[in-house]
Design a protein around this ligand. Sequence first.
Ligand code: ATP
Length: 602
Amino acid sequence: MTTGNARLADQARGELARALLSYKRSFIHIGVFSGVINILMLAPALYMLQVYDRVLTSNNTMTLLMLSLMVIMMYALLGALEWVRSLVVLRLSTGFDRTLAPRVYDAAFSANLKSGKLNAAQPLEDLQQLRQFATGQSLFALFDAPWFPVYLLVMFMFHPLLGCFALAGTVILMFVGWLNERMTRPHLQQAGFLAMTSRRDASANLRNAEVIAGMGMLAHLRQRWATQHLGYVREQNLASARMSAIQGWNKGLRLTIQSLALGVGAWLVLQHEMTAGMMIAGSILLGRALAPIDQLIGASRQWSSVKEAEKRLSQLLAEFPPLETGMDFPCPAGALNVESLTAAPPTQTQPVLRGIDFTLPAGETLVIIGSSGAGKSSLARCLVNAWSPLRGCVRLDDAPMTQWRSEALGARIGYLPQDVQLFAGSVAENIARFGDMDDSRVMDAAQMAGVHELILQLPEGYQTLLGENGMGLSGGQRQRVALARALYDRPRLVVLDEPNANLDQAGDAMLAQVIARIKQAQITCVVVTHKPDILKQADKLMVLHSGTQADFGPTAEVMQRIQRGNAPAQQVSAVRPPHLNSRVTPLNRTGSADFTQRREGA
Ligand SMILES: Nc1ncnc2c1ncn2[C@@H]1O[C@H](COP(=O)(O)OP(=O)(O)OP(=O)(O)O)[C@@H](O)[C@H]1O
């Protein structure tokens, strides 16, 4: 890791620690409660001591009664304090989650936007693991363990030999715990990693159930998953086998130490160096002193997986600092200015777009054409600020998109991606982008997208619930609902990436009407398409070829250049997407007839 990365990771670690420290008051309360609880925990041993050494020797029933009343009151107080302490921890746990979960959610979103490969749920699972560890039993153990010397001191006060024996026993048990952690850690780490990857692959693959069923891929995918899963089970078993061997020894050792403590006490009683009460009380105290040590050993077993989760989370938070707040510029007219734009996919440095430079006045419609892989969708992503430029700038009116607050910008933009994605929720919620629901605006968008009647025919109309990724609608219906979502609240710029990819002829005609409505509403519109029909409505036409702007200008002029054969060879081929050849007029010598002839005929 470079020094810069290490610094970022430290900062992110600091972010996690800061979130915990913002609950300093709760920790202080837990510490105080733990202190009182631990002092009260001396009560059973002291009660036993008093009963053996004072009551039984003096035959004093009154003393017994008073002692019993006192100890009952102490137990009641102890119970109440334990209850209050757990309530404070519960509040701490909820607060910790509330502080960090939205931040982790945003970071997971940014990571997915960048690479698209992350198991989006993993960071939230990591946070949950961290929260459970930091606010669970291990927290109590951490606060109780410092009281161990107090118990030890009391035992030393009973007799130095008893104290030494308890100290030695504790050291041995801690050593065995450490050995256990050391011998199982690599296997648990490996098992955790394999479990994570096999879970991620299984859920990603099973989501594509129809493809799996349609092409009989289940056996192969199962085999692939089983290899990972069996690896996880093997590592887990290895760790468990070692753990149970050591735990068995540990249990035996613990019983031996406790029994021998009683034995040492009895021997000291026989030597008249201690009373019988001290012998019994000493044994109880040892049991009490070892409890938090046991809990700490248990926590150390979870430690390696918690550390892994913390490392993953710190890396994620370091890589994706809180989203910049940006500015809320006034509502733009919608003019699009692209200046010397060079851009690459977020994970890469090799540009797929170079030197794109054009201006589109507000309210105009631009159509982008080009062969497959020319960079049309990449440009569409840049125009909605989903990809940031490597060089150059995309401005909405005068303000660079990167300077906008992303939510404010998003509200002014409509985007229909090539790969339409709807979310689980009602049709209306999807159209309203899951924001505040305004029925009139939802219906306005649906009417503008020409999908209002279609939605009314769905079983529950606008309230029809869709599954993940718009399950329940056909491909064409999904595309049209997504078009309505792009037009929700009449944005100032609409970018449609192949809006007619899933539409039939009637759908194409409907789309022409939609674009006419968009123009009428003075909304700036950019349409990426392979189909020539939309050219009729375009004010400007751009031809992309191999990531560069082969031509741009008023539609008629660009078409003329293509017709005259002025266009360079690569430009011409860009206007002729191979899959159109069967549907359109055959190409002339320059290869430009498909678009031009249709336009002339229009
Ligand atoms: N997320 C990505 N990661 C890596 N490379 C990408 C990514 N998106 C696009 N590319 C690359 O960028 C280039 C342009 O792709 P783009 O999808 O923009 O082309 P297109 O013109 O829209 O193609 P089509 O008409 O087939 O949709 C291609 O070489 C593609 O491999």
